[in-house]
Design a protein around this ligand. Structure first.
Ligand code: ADP
Ligand code: MG
Length: 366
C-alpha cells in the first residue's frame, strides 16, 4: 500500500505556549517500502507517525491530506485505516497468555467481520510460528524476555492483516544484541508479508541497516530522504552529516592556500578567510612524520582495540574537541600505538558546509 503525505503540519497548544511539532511535511512512500524515520528526540517523529495512524490530527487549516493507495484516509477513524502498531511501551495484556494477546484484535471484531474461533486459532498459530514463539503460546508476558515480548507485540499488530505497519522505537528498550537480531528478523518479515512499514528510531545504525530509504528529521522537518548509502555519502546538509556519525572538526583561517589552526597547517585549495572542515574518524590517517601538505601534530589519549577497527582518541592544543580516528588493526600494530604517543594526523578527505551546501574534497594523497 503506497502512502502519500501532503502538507502535514502540526502545532501543539499547551497553556499559552504554541509549539510547532511539524513543519508541513510531504512524503511519498512506495508500496512495500520500509522507511526509517530517523532524528533526535523532539524532532517530530512520533507526531508524524500518530497523524498517519489517525491517533492525532494535523493542523486543520494546513490543507493536510493522507492517502493510502488512492484512498483518502485523512478523515478516517484509526480503526478504519487498517494499520498495525508496535510501540516501545505498548504493553501487552498482562493477564492474557501470548496466544490471547495475539488473538485479541480478532476476537473483538464486530461479529459480521469476525473470523470463526477455529479460524482465529489457525491464524494466531501461524503468526506465532512466524515470530518463532509457538512453544510459548501459553505463557504470560511476565514470563517472557523483552525481545520475546516485542515479538508478541509484532504478531499482535499483524493479526489484523494491516496494509501499513507503524513502529515507534520498538526495540528501544532492548539490549544491543537482541535489537540487532530483531532488526534482521523484522526486515525478513516485512519482505515476506509485503506490507508497507514506517519505522521510527533515533539510532543511526538501526535506520541505516534496516531501511529501504531513510528520512532524516530535525525540528519538525524532513532534512533529507534517500537510500541509506546516499544519506551517508551525500548528506544534504551539515545536520544530516553530523547526525549520521562521529565527526571531527578542523576550524581555522585560510591564507594563500594554507589553513592554519594554532600550530596545525593544512594545504587547501580554498579562498582566504575563516573555514571549518569536517571529517569522519575513518578519514583521519595517522603517520609518524608530517608531510609538506599536512602538519597536524596530535597526542594519543585513548585507544580502544575492540571490534573491526581500532578507535583512537587524539588531543592537541590546537583542537577544541578531541578527534576520533579509526584505524585498521594492521596500522595499529605497525604504528605501535600507545597512549601519550605523538603523531601527525592527515585528513584523507573532508567536507565543508557553507550554509546548506555540502562540498567535498579528496586532498592529493601525501
Ligand atoms: P520525537 O518522537 O521525534 O521525539 P515528538 O513527535 O514526540 O518527537 O515531539 C515533537 C515536538 O512536539 C516536541 O517539541 C514535543 O515536545 C512536542 N509535543 C509532542 N506531543 C505533544 C503534546 N501532546 N503536547 C504538547 N507538545 C507535544
Ligand atoms: Mg518519539
Amino acid at each position: 500500500m503506497s502512502i502519500r503525505l501532503h502538507n502535514i503540519g502540526k502545532h501543539f497548544e499547551t497553556g499559552r505556549q504554541r509549539t510547532r511539532a511539524l513543519e508541513p511535511v510531504n512524503l511519498d512512500i512506495h508500496d512495500g517500502e520500509l522507511i526509517g524515520l530517523l532524528g533526535p528526540s523532539g524532532s517530530g517523529k512520533t507526531t508524524l507517525l500518530r497523524i498517519i495512524a489517525g491517533l492525532e490530527t494535523a493542523d486543520p487549516d494546513s490543507g493536510a491530506r493522507i492517502l493510502f493507495g488512492d484512498r483518502d484516509v485523512t478523515d478516517l477513524h484509526v480503526r478504519d485505516r487498517r494499520i498495525g502498531f508496535v510501540f516501545q511501551h505498548y504493553a501487552l495484556f498482562r493477564h492474557m497468555t501470548v496466544f490471547d494477546n495475539v488473538a485479541f484484535g480478532l476476537t473483538v471484531m464486530p461479529r459480521k467481520h469476525r473470523p470463526s474461533a477455529g479460524e482465529i486459532r489457525v491464524r494466531v498459530h501461524r503468526l506465532l510460528e512466524m515470530v518463532q514463539l509457538e512453544q510459548l503460546a501459553n505463557r504470560y508476558p511476565a514470563q517472557l524476555s523483552g525481545g520475546q515480548q516485542q515479538r508478541v507485540s509484532l504478531a499482535r499488530a499483524l493479526a489484523l492483516r494491516p496494509d501499513v505497519l507503524l513502529l515507534d522505537e520498538p526495540f528501544g528498550a532492548l539490549d544491543a544484541k537482541v535489537r540487532q537480531e530483531l532488526r534482521r528478523w523484522l526486515r525478513h518479515l516485512h519482505d515476506e508479508l509485503g506490507f508497507t512499514s514506517l519505522f521510527v528510531t533515533h539510532d543511526q545504525e538501526e535506520a541505516l541497516e534496516l531501511s529501504d530509504r531513510v528520512a532524516v528529521m530535525s525540528n519538525g522537518r524532513i532534512e533529507q530522504i534517500d537510500t541509506p548509502e546516499a544519506v551517508y555519502r551525500e548528506p544534504a546538509n551539515r545536520f544530516v552529516f553530523e547526525f549520521l556519525g562521529d565527526v571531527n572538526h578542523l576550524e581555522g583561517e585560510v591564507r594563500d592556500g594554507v589553513l592554519t589552526c594554532g600550530e596545525a597547517r593544512l594545504s587547501v585549495e580554498l579562498p582566504d578567510g575563516p573555514e571549518e572542515l569536517l571529517l569522519r574518524p575513518h578519514e583521519v590517517h595517522l603517520v609518524d612524520t608530517p608531510t609538506p601538505e599536512a602538519r597536524l601534530p596530535v597526542t594519543v589519549t585513548a585507544i580502544s582495540p575492540v571490534g573491526a577497527e581500532v578507535r583512537v582518541e587524539l588531543a592537541a592544543d590546537w583542537l577544541g574537541e578531541p578527534w576520533l580516528a579509526t584505524v585498521r588493526h594492521a596500522d595499529y600494530e605497525h604504528l605501535d600505538l600507545q597512549r601519550g604517543q605523538r603523531l601527525y594526523a592527515i585528513p584523507r578527505r573532508w567536507r565543508r558546509f557553507s550554509g546548506h551546501v555540502s562540498q567535498q574534497r579528496q586532498p592529493t594523497p601525501a
